[in-house]
Design a protein around this ligand. Structure first.
Ligand SMILES: [Zn+2]
Length: 62
């Protein structure tokens, strides 16, 4: 599938956050780390929604 720059920018932004949260979650075993893992899950879900929304509206992607 071909995707546009905007799609990549959206994905890169979310992936940076998710990576940061996962790193934090893996390095420690604490309530804060568990919270980070949960936030990362939520962020992945929002990323999927944002990208799907973009794909429905974008003329360049497809
Ligand atoms: Zn696009």
């Amino acid at each position: 599938m071909k995707t546009c720059r905007r799609f990549e920018a959206i994905r890169a932004g979310y992936m940076r956050d998710i990576q940061y949260l996962n790193d934090h979650a893996e390095r420690r075993h604490s309530p804060a780390a568990a919270a980070s893992a949960n936030i990362a899950r939520g962020a992945r879900h929002r990323m999927a929604q944002a990208l799907n929304h973009h794909l429905r509206r974008c003329r360049e992607c497809g």
